[in-house]
Structures are given as C-alpha cells and as structure tokens.
Design a protein around this ligand. Structure first.
Ligand SMILES: Cc1cc2nc3c(=O)[nH]c(=O)nc-3n(C[C@H](O)[C@H](O)[C@H](O)COP(=O)(O)O)c2cc1C
Length: 259
C-alpha cells in the first residue's frame, strides 16, 4: 500500500492525548497543508481559529455537549465557513455602487453561499487531519460545535457570515491507549451506486446492519428495551438532546443571515 493510503487507512479518532507538545513547526506544516486544500472558485471560503486560551477550551468542552477531552487537547482548531472576508472585500470594492452603475443584481450572502463555504471548511479540516496523521499526530472532530450558536458567536466574536462548521482536537496519542477500531464501515455496495440513487430494500438493510447487530449484541451496547441498531441509534443520537439543540442552533445561524 502506498504511504498516503496507509495514512488514510491507519487513522483513528484519537481522544486521549500524551503530554508531548505539538511543535510550532508541526503546526505550521499542518496549517500549510490545510491551505493547499481544494477550494470553491479558489476563494478560500473558510477561516481557522486556533483555540489557545485554556478558559476558552474549558468553556467549549462544556458547550460542545460536555466532552472534557476538548479541554485536554494540546491543540484545538475551529473551522468556520466564512463569507465575511469576501463580503467585507466586496464592500471595500464598492460593489453596491458598481452594481448600480452597471445595472447588476446586488444580493447578500445566502444559505447556498454558506453551504459552499462549509464544503471548503470541511475539506480544509480533513486535509489538516491527514497531514497531522502523517506526522503521527492524532485528531478528533467535534461536530457539537454546531450547537449553541449564539454562545459560540459571542465567545468567538463571529460576524454573521462566519459560522462554525467543525472543531478539531489534535495531540499525540498515548501509545498504550491507541484506539482499536471495533466497528467496521458499511460495505461499499450499500454506499456507492452507479448512475442513480438506489433505495435499499428491506433485505439490503438487514444485511447492511448485520455486522453491527452482532457487535452490539456481543458488546452489550443496547439501550434498555432496544431490539436493534436502528432503535438504539434513533434514541441515542437522532432524538437525543444534542441533536435537538443542533437543529435549533443551525436554524438560528441561518436566521441570523440578513435577508
Ligand atoms: C462531522 C463529525 C463530527 C464528529 N463529532 C464528534 C464528537 O463530537 N465527539 C467525538 O468524540 N467524536 C466525534 N466524531 C468522530 C466520530 O465519532 C468518528 O469519526 C467515528 O466514530 C469513526 O471512528 P474513526 O474516526 O476512529 O474511524 C465526529 C466525526 C465527524 C466526521
């Protein structure tokens, strides 16, 4: 296997970090790699905030669904979908006047623009993950940064066209505690289709989840009364408080965009 594929295959989310610090040369390499990511229209519609202040890390470890390892991570990066920089530059370039002069349709950034910027932010984040992994540095995404929008906006001084997409924790793994992957991924046949979307039949769904059903039974991961992975997951994730909060928060983010 070539070294790039090896890095991709060996990566695991790392949530326990050793004392070994990440050097500024390593941080620079990871950030420079992230900046080489593909980006829509070559516009770099994202920003990265290094969370250095311990108080801020502590706070985020609470506001991101109470995950204490965030506070212990040696390096934490927040990836924002960011149209603000371009929007400010448009203003700097007197874009409204230009539109009037030329009879062009002026408009404000909208949901589609922010979704495109979110693609940019996530692609940059994943490049950082792989760059770190290639240096032996582990990482873990924190999706819960999508929650508590108003709190995060105020904590981080976010303008309206810069919204949190993901938080990444980095650190050298504790060698003895390198996570073992228990759960496999779904088989390719359920995920990759040809030419058109394929709704899975009942029988496909049963086959798709068979390995997980077996694992949950073996490990005793069931919630009380849950009879299969679907019931377990729906209760544990889909209707969990964090999911409800995430949906409220993301609506607030988009409602905050000027109409
Ligand atoms: C968008 C996204 C959000 C995630 N959020 C969290 C999180 O809040 N906390 C956490 O411990 N892991 C989080 N993860 C890590 C996943 O749990 C992990 O990737 C998954 O279980 C597969 O394990 P692996 O990364 O070791 O292959 C997140 C991953 C992604 C891609």
């Amino acid at each position: 296997m070539n070294p790039v594929l090896e890095v991709i295959n060996n990566r695991r989310s790392v949530r326990k970090y050793s004392e070994r610090p990440i050097s500024s040369a390593e941080k620079d390499q990871i950030l420079q790699a992230a900046l080489r990511s593909p980006t829509a229209g070559n516009m770099m519609l994202y920003s990265i905030i290094e969370i250095e202040d311990q108080e801020l890390k502590n706070r985020l470890s609470v506001t991101c669904d109470n995950q204490p390892f965030i506070a212990k991570a040696p390096w934490v990066l927040l990836f924002l979908a960011d149209y603000e920089r371009w929007w400010d530059y448009y203003q700097h370039c007197e874009i409204k006047k230009y539109c009037e002069e030329k009879g062009l349709a002026y408009r404000l950034p909208q949901e589609g623009d922010m979704l495109l910027a979110a693609c940019d932010a996530l692609i940059a984040a994943q490049t950082a993950v792989l760059a770190a992994e290639s240096l032996g540095i582990g990482s873990c995404y924190i999706g819960d940064i999508l929650e508590n929008y108003e709190i995060h906006r105020d904590l981080l001084s976010l303008p309206e066209y810069a919204i949190p997409i993901t938080l990444l924790c980095f650190g050298y793994p504790v060698e003895s505690e390198k996570p073992v992957r228990k759960t496999s991924r779904f088989e390719l046949e359920f995920i990759v289709f040809k030419d058109r979307y394929k709704r899975l039949e009942q029988e496909d769904l049963s086959r798709m989840f068979q390995a997980q059903e077996n694992l949950y039974a073996k490990e005793g991961w069931w919630l009380e009364g849950a009879r299969n992975v679907g019931q377990n997951n729906f209760q544990n994730k889909f209707i969990a408080d964090f999911s409800i909060e995430m949906n409220r928060s993301v609506k607030a983010m988009f409602n905050n965009l000027k109409k």
